[in-house]
Design a protein. Structure first.
Ligand SMILES: C[S@@+](CC[C@H](N)C(=O)[O-])C[C@H]1O[C@@H](n2cnc3c(N)ncnc32)[C@H](O)[C@@H]1O
Length: 289
């Protein structure tokens, strides 16, 4: 998926994104900010910020003498973040539309660098994840913080399996038979996420990137799988990507089949358990992929 495809998916998700924020994105983003132990006056870089699940609490943590640069590809989510910042009278946060793999920091960043780099459920979307994150870590001052949230192994698995089974059925029905040309394999977000999906793997990854004093916390989050929540989660996340290629009638059918299947399979909760991993940057590593 190209960066403009990703932007389109997350732009389309924006109104549903907010609906699942209290249960999914919000608690993880807030936990990440607490774990980073930000101080008043800090300048923070938040990448793949979406509507600000971690960037907004970061702005509150660093206060009016600090600043948060929050970067994302999805314009509609950024606009949502700007509205929330305005509602909360937070004037120290800039929501910037850019691809973080090519974005360059503004000259207002302190010479020594950012006090912290944060990304909640974002790094695994970056093509060549390690190289992309290494590049961003060079913008963090020595002794600065680095923190991410990611899904724990098994999180969303049963939910995703049921969903993609239904998607597969409907795609098979409407397949055009157009052959897809072979392309060089680039690690997918799923493959990248699987490299850092338990505390040991995440700690090793943070250490390899040059972090010391690494800590990983498990945030258990088992959300009742009501019909409303299940479908809002599909529409308010990357799950929606295949739906954006379908006509309205097919989307209605997918919704109905999916909700029936999760009932049949006895999926009463959605496991949205996350890991919060943090470390202190003592020096950056190469990050070849
Ligand atoms: C699952 S959302 C998480 C958003 C937010 N951090 C949160 O926890 O609510 C992932 C976000 O990564 C953004 N993203 C993916 N690739 C990106 C890139 N190359 N540059 C900037 N943003 C990117 C998407 O647009 C999306 O908003």
């Amino acid at each position: 998926m190209t960066s403009s495809d990703l932007a389109a998916v997350f732009d389309a998700s924006s109104s549903y994104f907010a609906k699942v924020t209290p249960q999914v994105w919000g608690p993880a983003g807030q936990s990440l900010v607490f774990a980073l132990r930000l101080q008043p006056g800090d300048t923070v870089l938040d990448v793949c910020c979406g509507a600000g699940a971690s960037a907004l609490p970061a702005a509150a943590a660093v206060g009016p003498t600090g600043r948060v640069h929050a970067i994302d590809l999805a314009d509609d989510l950024l606009e949502e973040g700007r509205l929330i910042a305005s509602d909360r009278a937070l004037q120290n946060i800039d929501f910037v539309h850019a691809d973080v793999t090519t974005w360059e920091p503004p000259s207002s960043v302190p010479d020594a660098g950012y006090a912290a780099l944060a990304s909640s459920f974002g790094v695994f979307f970056l093509p060549h994840m390690d190289a992309a994150v290494s590049r961003l870590l060079r913008l963090v001052r020595p002794g600065g913080g680095f923190g991410v949230t990611v899904w724990r192994s098994g999180a969303l698995d049963r939910f995703a399996a049921a969903y993609y089974e239904v998607i597969g059925r409907h795609q098979a029905n409407s397949a055009t038979g157009t052959p897809v040309p072979p392309t060089r394999h680039v690690e997918t977000p799923k493959e990248a996420a699987e490299r850092i999906d338990n505390p040991e793997k995440l700690a090793a990854w943070l250490t390899d990137l040059g972090a010391a004093s690494v800590a990983v916390t498990v945030l258990s989050n088992l959300i009742p799988a009501t019909e409303q929540f299940a479908w809002d989660l599909v529409l308010g996340s990357g799950f929606r990507a295949p739906l954006d290629q379908m006509n309205d009638d097919t989307v209605v059918a997918v919704r109905s089949d999916f909700l029936e299947l999760i009932t049949d399979r006895g999926i009463h909760t959605v496991d949205a358990t996350a890991l919060v991993g943090t470390g202190v940057i003592t020096g950056w590593r190469g990050g070849e992929d």
